[in-house]
Design a protein around this ligand. Structure first.
Ligand SMILES: Cc1cc2nc3c(=O)[nH]c(=O)nc-3n(C[C@H](O)[C@H](O)[C@H](O)COP(=O)(O)OP(=O)(O)OC[C@H]3O[C@@H](n4cnc5c(N)ncnc54)[C@H](O)[C@@H]3O)c2cc1C
Length: 494
């Protein structure tokens, strides 16, 4: 078995999501009960088995003058949400008076007339979840290769025969009787490289977030509400002392690789944050960066973006009159990766083994090791995401290299030696998570590159090039408001 990834594990949409492991309260509006039920079951599993990466998250749902639904409907929806989450991995919802709502989230508007709390879960680092799955596959004997795009799916007599993969300046032919195209927003692109290209399977919507740093501490409560200007769902979720606010949901017809947040989207989110959280004093200067991702969704003929289902569909190309042995996955959510994998595995006759697979964060030894480390609290919190790998990470060096995230030197060493990191961006964006801090990793990227050079056999020239590439990647994928304004001005004058 082999897994080929064009960039880095988790590089695509996974890296740019809202990071929630959720049933999808709002999907109840569209009657998607099966999806909500399935997602809630997965939420419970992830909270249990991947507790180093997935934590319960309490949400406050305030009742505001612009809340779309009347209180009784919200209450009924939340009661149903509790009912569907049968195994109670988290507490059920609560009704709140105006006073208790404002006590929990004092930065909400004075017009708040009451509200609710309910629980969902948050994934500390979805990109690490993807990485852990890839590493687990490697542990079972799979070959995994990042920075290795599939360039062609070779077929002979209506049967898949091989894939052609690019790695550096070389191209390899890898024999394969079965090919699963799980390239997220790039599914149609990859299918276009098949000898018999398949018709388009995807529709895409873009979703932008901003990450803000506030003067007042953001606390632990997340907020789930409706946007004042257009009634869209809006989240504000604490993330390591910062606040993640999102998201937009607009159709996207362009190249998946060209996705970048825009100044208008960031401006819209700032205005909505000001309306929803006036007590936090958020303005454009609070924005540390923005990011945008693409939802790869099942193709829909018509209807609003928000109604596009998040359910997945697996296409067996052989059944469509195309080559046998090729499958494509469209739609789905981060939260429901297991049911997608299970369905595929069952089709390929490998279901039961997957069921038995334990999660990697289930035991608590790593937590004890962290407690005994004597490291500052912020660093211990940051290091939780490594789960069972905490000990080797600590062994690589406990010196804090980024005061904003709490990251330590051992993480860089571990990323290079054990976690298949190839570039500086792999290490800072998708292994250590340093890029998500307010500094975006720009306080320590040179130091990290210096540490990586002997481990990855980089020349001085390569090291300098990695530093430059990282700066470009940060500006592209995690731009600040100034950079967005510049891009907007350039676009307007073009
Ligand atoms: C704004 C936003 C918010 C979201 N929030 C949530 C949320 O809170 N909770 C939730 O459950 N879900 C959420 N989702 C949905 C979720 O993030 C996605 O469904 C999920 O991450 C998709 O994962 P994937 O592996 O299919 O795609 P991706 O993560 O995009 O991975 C596809 C990979 O394929 C690679 N690739 C491309 N071309 C090739 C090639 N030729 N050869 C090899 N590899 C290739 C890419 O580099 C990429 O890394 C959100 C999505 C968006 C856009």
């Amino acid at each position: 078995m082999a897994l080929f990834e064009a960039d880095d594990f988790g590089f695509g949409t996974t890296w740019r999501s809202t990071k929630l492991i959720h049933g999808g309260l709002r999907y109840l509006e569209h009657g998607d009960v099966r999806l909500v039920f399935e997602s809630l079951r997965e939420r419970a599993w992830l909270l249990r088995a991947m507790r180093h990466l997935v934590r319960p998250q309490r949400f406050v749902l305030p009742r505001l003058p612009w809340t779309r639904r009347p209180a009784w409907q919200l209450r009924a929806g939340l009661a149903m949400y509790d009912l569907l989450a049968r195994d109670r991995a988290v507490p059920g919802h609560r009704n709140l008076s105006r006073e208790s709502t404002l006590e929990l989230a004092p930065w909400l508007p004075g017009e708040t007339s009451g509200g609710f709390t309910f629980f969902d879960a948050r994934c500390l680092a979805p990109e690490r979840l993807a990485l852990e799955l890839a590493l687990a596959a490697r542990g079972h004997g799979a070959v995994i290769a990042n920075h290795s795009p599939v360039r062609r799916i070779v077929e002979r007599e209506w049967q898949v025969e091989a894939v052609e993969v690019e790695h550096g300046s070389e191209r390899f032919t890898v024999p394969a009787r079965t090919v699963i195209n799980a390239a997220g927003p790039w599914v149609d692109d990859v299918n276009a490289h098949a000898d018999k290209p398949a018709p388009g399977l995807l529709d895409m919507t873009r979703g932008t977030h901003i990450v803000v740093e506030t003067v007042e501490p953001v606390g632990k409560e997340a907020v789930f509400s409706t946007a004042r200007s257009d009634g869209r769902v809006i989240f504000a979720v604490p993330q390591d002392g910062l606040l993640l606010i999102g998201t937009t949901d607009l159709r996207w017809e362009g190249e998946p690789g060209a996705i970048r947040p825009t100044a208008e989207e960031a401006g819209y989110l700032v205005e909505e944050a000001q309306a929803l959280l006036p007590g936090l004093g958020i303005d454009r200067d609070s924005v540390r960066y923005a990011y945008a991702g693409l939802r790869p969704l099942q193709k829909l003929k018509e209807g609003p973006e928000t109604a596009m289902t998040r359910r997945h569909v697996i296409t067996d190309h052989g059944q469509q009159g195309l080559a046998r042995g090729q499958y494509s996955v469209a739609g789905g959510k981060l939260s429901t990766f297991r049911p997608i994998a299970r369905e595929l595995a069952e089709r390929l006759g490998a279901g039961p083994r997957l069921e038995q697979e334990p999660g990697t964060g289930g035991n608590r030894e790593w937590f004890e090791a962290l407690k005994e480390s004597g490291l500052p609290l912020a660093t211990r919190e940051h290091l939780r995401r490594y789960g069972l790998a905490v000990e080797p990470v600590l062994a690589g060096g406990e010196q804090v290299i980024c005061a904003h995230s709490g990251a330590i030197a051992g993480e860089v060493v571990h990323a290079a030696r054990t976690e298949a990191a190839v570039t500086l961006a792999d290490v800072l964006m998708r292994r250590t998570g340093v890029a998500w801090a307010s500094c975006r990793g720009l306080c320590c990227h040179r130091e990290a590159a210096r540490a990586l050079a002997p481990l990855l056999d980089w020349s001085a020239e390569r090291e300098a090039q990695e530093v430059r590439s990282y700066e470009v990647a940060v500006d592209y994928h995690l731009p600040g408001m100034d950079s967005l304004a510049l891009a907007g001005a350039a676009h307007a004058s073009a």
